[in-house]
Design a protein around this ligand. Structure first.
Ligand code: GAL
Length: 676
């Protein structure tokens, strides 16, 4: 990267640090630095919510206290991630310039309050924040201790104001080459007489106008535009800070398989990916469920740039915004922090350093509690992670090698979740992707979670769960993948519509997909929540729920058939040979066993290395040219064992083992290094 971050040879360990809340408590600010060192923290993110302090009145700047914070951190060797403070606006800005306040889906403009709710189109907001950004860059950019820009905070949400409507119309004019006929066709406006005859008639989807699911083409364009415009706002901030100093890379903190923005678009504009991870450990869903779900999200972020990412925020103990805010049980902090590293993070960072005295986050987990002591269970847990990260510095920058890719598409999610049809309560797109992912996770197989525009040809297995919306171009790329010897796995509801949500003509799945899978999907049956069917495959009976698609096989071989209903005996699981590759089609939603057995078969026939691990135990690896790091994780409450082949050094103890049998306590993680 050739920037300050890439020159580091340490994994980052630190927090969001909000000293503004403590300016009246100088003894606390002094103590913070001492405690940070004690906690083995080497980085702090500052400035995230500092606007009202840095610019208390329009054009009046106050950097004094910030200079002091920057100086203290720098002198004590604590690196700085410097945020642009656009995530929360000062009151004076909202009072003087109402255009900076967002207009909601109800067409009502907000009054001042909350955060993350500015109009991202507003020229005034852009002007005021980029001026402050430039000043921050000029004042602190030459400090080598500032290693990264944290642009805004958790960008998201929508604004429906007139400025945004105008920008949306202009974006559409460009997309449709000023041609309303093209737009009318893409949005299928002949439906319910919704023909657009003038660009000025176009309005974003709102509650009292065009709801999301009526013209899905409009909704999909709006979602694309919101991503585009949010990115455009972010880019103005990036431009402002980079104009001053190019050595400091930029990131913005993403939020997992988030529904609102398309991170596959945004990823190209930042230098490194970072994200905020808040799992619900110890819930009734179980830690194994949580573990593979979060692993999926970590892998998604790693694959955005196919490079290590940063865990920008996590809780050192509990959150405060869930329905039930449970403490992390002993062991879970180390396990969940190292899980992020196992999946490609080069940092473990927390929200936040110290619990505030007031405000809604006063009971959110933090490294320093209201008792003000650098001791106790949470502090010791954090320190243990800091010490371990210091021993893991060799991991920095190492890569994850994966032969399997699962496609998770933000745009597909928008399309399928807003389709009126199937089950209208919850289509479970994200969960379906994670269920397929789990089959590899539990066998210790690294997986890439990718967007469909990624390079597909490097994988052996490509999984397309519910990829309902597929463009012609994508169909060609899938064809190329299978024709070249790849194995593709798809499910019910694949290839129904194109990128504008227009149904494919001539039968599903669209175009050449029928040939690739050797089938036609004729109809899809949605089951009630208390209904089930069964699939018979290799003389075994599997329960299926939610969806049963009715398939007519052409060249495909039938592996499993439905047991019940009027489609009893008809194909439910199929395998097709296509040119040099193979294509599997699963027409019904299984409850776990079917995917387990089918993927076992596929993994063996593809010759992928896998491990037979106890339930809730898994292994993930990262490697560089010289070494491989092996993370052995136990998410269960029981003591477990796992066997490894080869010579390994335990990173924590320095002990060397040959073909070790690894003993894992409850919530244990062992990390080994293998020389390559
Ligand atoms: C994040 C946010 C932080 C803090 C945290 C609490 O979403 O970026 O500022 O609010 O949640 O969990």
């Amino acid at each position: 990267m050739g920037n300050r971050l890439s020159k580091l040879d340490i994994l980052l360990h630190g927090c969001d640090y909000n000293p503004e809340q403590w300016l009246g408590y100088p003894e606390i600010l002094k103590q913070d630095i001492e405690y940070m060192k004690k906690a083995h923290c080497n980085v702090m993110s500052i400035g995230i919510f500092s606007w009202a302090f840095l610019e208390p009145e329009e054009g009046v700047y106050n950097f004094g206290y910030f200079d002091e914070i920057v100086k203290n951190l720098t002198e004590n060797g604590i690196k700085i991630i410097l945020a642009t403070p656009s995530g929360a606006k000062p009151r004076w800005l909202a009072e003087k310039y109402s255009e900076t306040l967002r207009v909601g889906k109800n067409n009502i403009r907000d009054i001042y309050g909350f955060r993350h709710n500015h109009c991202y189109t507003s020229p005034v907001y852009r002007e005021k924040i980029t001026k402050l950004d430039r000043l921050l860059a000029q004042r602190y950019g030459s400090n080598e201790n500032v290693i990264l820009w944290h642009i805004s905070n958790e960008l998201g949400g929508e604004c429906h104001c007139e400025l945004c409507q105008e920008a949306f119309r202009n974006w559409l004019k460009q997309k449709y080459n000023n041609n309303l006929n093209k737009l009318n066709h893409a949005w299928w406006t002949g439906f319910w007489s919704h023909t657009v005859t003038d660009w000025g008639q176009i309005h974003s989807p709102t509650e009292n106008g065009e709801p999301n699911a009526i013209l899905t083409g409009l909704y999909l364009d709006w979602k694309d535009f919101v991503t585009y415009q949010t990115t455009d706002f972010m880019n103005e901030e990036i431009k402002a800070v980079k104009a001053v100093n190019k050595e400091i890379p930029v990131t913005t903190n993403f939020m997992g398989p988030y529904q609102q923005l398309d991170y596959h678009y945004m990823k190209d504009f930042v230098d490194i990916i970072s994200w905020d991870s808040y799992p619900e450990w110890h819930s009734s869903r179980g830690n194994v469920f949580e573990a593979h779900s979060i692993a999926f999200a970590h892998d998604l972020h790693r694959c955005l740039k196919n490079k290590p990412f940063l865990l920008m925020e996590s809780s050192p103990s509990l959150t405060n915004w869930l329905s039930f805010n449970k403490l992390k049980r002993p062991g879970m902090h180390k396990l969940s922090s190292m899980q992020a590293v196992a999946h490609g993070s080069d940092s473990v960072q927390y929200f936040q350093w110290r619990k505030g005295r007031g405000g809604s986050e006063k009971f959110h987990g933090a490294v320093i509690d209201h008792d003000g002591k650098a001791e106790g269970r949470v502090f010791e847990d954090v320190k243990e992670v800091g010490v371990l990260l210091e021993k893991l510095s060799g991991v920095m920058g190492s890569e994850t090698k994966a032969d399997v890719a699962i496609v998770y598409e933000f745009k597909n999610r928008w399309a399928i979740e807003n389709a009126q049809g199937f089950c209208n309560i919850d289509k479970k797109y994200k969960r379906t992707c994670i269920n397929h992912y789990r089959e590899f996770w539990k066998r210790g197989i690294n997986v890439d979670v990718i967007g469909i525009d990624s390079d597909l040809l490097k994988y052996k297995i490509l999984v397309l769960p519910m990829l309902y919306s597929i463009s012609d171009k994508t169909i060609d790329r899938i064809e190329e993948f299978v024709a070249n010897g790849g194995t593709v796995v798809a499910t019910y509801a694949t290839g129904y519509v194109n990128e504008n949500d227009l149904c494919y003509m001539g039968g599903f799945p669209g175009g050449k997909l029928k040939e690739i899978f050797g089938i036609t999907a004729n109809e899809i049956d949605t089951l009630y929540e208390d209904e089930a069917n069964f699939v018979i495959m290799n003389d075994k009976r599997y329960k299926v729920i939610d969806y049963c698609e009715l398939i007519t096989p052409a060249s495909a071989k039938v592996l499993g058939t439905y047991e019940r209903d009027f489609y009893s005996g008809k194909a439910a699981v199929l395998e097709n040979s296509y040119k040099k590759g193979k294509a599997y089609y699963i027409a019904a939603r299984d409850t776990g066993e079917l995917l387990n057995d089918l993927y076992q078969q596929i993994i063996i026939s593809e010759g992928l290395e896998y491990l037979q691990l106890p339930y809730g135990v898994t292994i993930h690896t990262r490697q560089n040219k010289k070494e491989k790091y092996v993370f052995v994780e136990n998410y269960t409450e029981e003591t477990q064992t796992a066997s490894l082949c080869g010579v390994y050094t335990d990173v924590e103890t320095g002990q060397i083992y040959s073909d070790p049998k690894v003993f894992l306590d409850k919530y244990d993680i062992r990390i080994y290094r293998e020389n390559l």
